[in-house]
Design a protein around this ligand. Structure first.
Ligand code: ADP
Ligand code: ZN
Length: 524
């Protein structure tokens, strides 16, 4: 670096048109400019890109940015070029002719940032090419792809370090929005970041209000009521687990007068692009989508994100809800989920071809998101704790903070439910157990002779809804296990001993009554 190299703040202002750095961008830029390695953990939308783009413009040589998604790479390069930055990308979409032109530009030192896919980066030819010019830094975007623990695992990421090692004096900066302990450790190990300085910034999104509803009897109606009462004419995103559900929910919302548009990977690229454009430009579009929607969407005024199913993990929930309220104004994260989601997700997981090691991780993640959903604690506290942050006080802006005391001592009910599972032989599913508790003489129950058990009709005083809630929460706390090979039969786990003996008490969330409203009739 020479004495007259530009200063970081000048680059921020002149090239990017921003007045000041966000915390901790300046520190990161300074560290990388000085030649240190850095590990940057910041939520999506936090401003990670500038952390390597500015050093790339200050340090001599060309920066190599490894980026896993071609579409994101191309968007980034286009945006940089618009700001007059000499950025290019190299991936499989370039023709041979374009590649030659690019190589010429690079040899003439006319490129400051080169975005490249991990596959290309690892190719023998590219590694050789790397020796022919000065490299200012290596940036590893979406660095969590190196982790098997993550949902975006990319095996190529594990080999990157073999190339980095050939350039020991070139600083590395790894960036991600995934912050859990495991992922952090894997990034350090696999990307050779033992000397790296760590930077992370707050994961808290104080303007988002978190709310979770469990086992609403009419989730769709409750969603509609929520939209009409709290977010009429606002932009929002509704996530569903399946394409079929996306289409039926979008249709139904349209019938109710909401500007709802479906979006999933099974639709044509043209239709999806059109939907996305409308969402970006118009003020009151509600997108109903599978998780395929959202990557790279940066619309500041999304006022709500709703989940009609339980997300697969806390990371997914955080990322998806994080698309609300980017402008800092009040926004709502609303979720409705039920026992069926839990069983479906578990069955999907066990039935997949993934190796056992991956399944074990996925199981942990599902358990974590389930306990989050069932928790009576401040939502923000439990979310942030998952990402390694401790919130000193309850947030006052989540359902559990806003309606405290919504718990009841369910120890006795839990004992009854556990006994019913035990006495019926630990092989029946939720519906059967609830029938036994309620004293319903079905044909199956009579055939099995279960109407003669002492637990039969032991729970008449409660409603079916309450029993489903008790069982759901027992599953969430792993006091009951679901048999996933057969028909979802329930069995006791070792952990339930304390409850059965009365040594432990169980407090559960009160089931909230869903607000139902009159839905509009479908007029032709
Ligand atoms: P991330 O990669 O962390 O998801 P980006 O780098 O895409 O986030 O930045 C998110 C948005 O914030 C972009 O629109 C970016 O231009 C903007 N941004 C980043 N840093 C600043 C800053 N210092 N001042 C104003 N806007 C910024
Ligand atoms: Zn709270």
């Amino acid at each position: 670096m020479s004495a007259n190299s530009p200063n970081a703040l000048d680059v921020l202002k002149k090239t990017f048109g921003y007045e000041k750095f966000r915390d901790p961008q300046q520190e990161i830029v300074d560290a990388v400019v000085a030649g240190d390695d850095a590990l940057v953990i910041m939520p999506t939308g936090g401003g990670k890109s500038l952390c390597y783009q500015i050093p790339a413009l200050i340090r001599p040589g060309m920066a190599i940015v490894i980026s896993p998604l071609i579409a994101l790479m191309e968007d980034q390069v286009a945006a940089l070029q618009e700001n007059g930055v000499r950025a290019e990308f190299l991936n499989s979409s370039l023709t041979l002719e374009q590649q030659r032109t690019l190589a010429r530009l690079i040899r003439q030192s006319k490129v400051d940032l080169l975005y490249v896919s991990p596959e290309r980066f690892l190719s023998e030819r590219f590694v050789e090419f790397l020796h022919s010019f000065q490299i200012s830094l290596f940036a590893i975007d979406e660095a969590h792809c190196v982790s098997q623990w993550g949902h975006d695992f990319r095996p190529e990421y594990c080999q990157l370090n073999q190339v980095f090692e050939r350039f020991p004096t070139v600083p590395k900066i790894a960036l991600t929005a995934t912050a859990d302990e495991h992922t952090r450790e894997e990034m350090i190990q696999r990307l050779g970041l033992h000397q790296a300085r760590h930077f992370s910034c707050g994961f808290d999104r104080p303007n988002i209000q978190y709310r979770v509803n469990s086992d609403l009897s009419q989730a769709k109606q409750a969603l509609l009521a929520f939209i009409l009462e709290e977010h009429p004419n606002d932009s929002g995103i509704v996530y569903c687990l399946s394409r079929k559900k996306v289409e039926s929910v979008a249709n139904w919302l349209q019938e109710q007068g909401i500007e709802a548009l479906p979006y999933h990977a099974g639709m044509s690229a043209q239709f999806r692009a059109h939907t996305q454009t409308r969402f970006m430009r118009e003020e009151n579009i509600v997108i109903v989508a599978t998780i395929a929607f959202g990557m790279g969407i940066d619309k500041p005024d999304v006022r709500f994100v709703a989940h009609l199913n339980l997300p697969k993990s806390i990371e997914a929930y955080y990322q998806e809800t994080g698309r609300a309220g980017r402008d800092g104004l009040a926004a709502t994260a609303w979720m409705s989920y039920g026992l069926n989601d839990v069983i479906t997700l578990k069955q999907m997981l066990e039935g997949s071809d993934a190796p056992e090691a991956v399944k074990r991780i996925e199981r942990h993640k599902l358990d974590a998101v389930m306990s989050f959903a069932e928790s009576v604690e401040c939502r923000r506290k439990s979310l942030l704790r998952y990402f390694g942050d401790e919130l000193a006080q309850d947030c006052g802006n989540c359902d559990n903070c806003l309606s405290p005391g919504a718990t009841w001592n369910a120890t006795e009910e839990a004992q009854k439910a556990l006994s019913a599972v035990y006495r019926t032989g630990q092989r029946f599913g939720v519906a059967y157990i609830v029938d036994v508790l309620m004293g319903k003489k079905t044909e199956r129950i009579e055939q099995a002779g279960h109407h003669q058990l002492s637990v039969f009709a032991i729970g008449k005083a409660q409603s079916v809804q309450q029993w489903r809630g008790v069982i759901r929460q027992l599953i969430a706390r792993r006091l009951l296990a679901v048999d996933l090979e057969g028909y979802g039969g329930l069995r006791l786990t070792d952990a339930c001993r304390g409850i059965l003996t009365g040594a432990e008490a169980l407090y559960l969330r009160k089931e909230q009554k869903s607000k139902t409203i009159k839905t509009r009739q479908n007029t032709v």
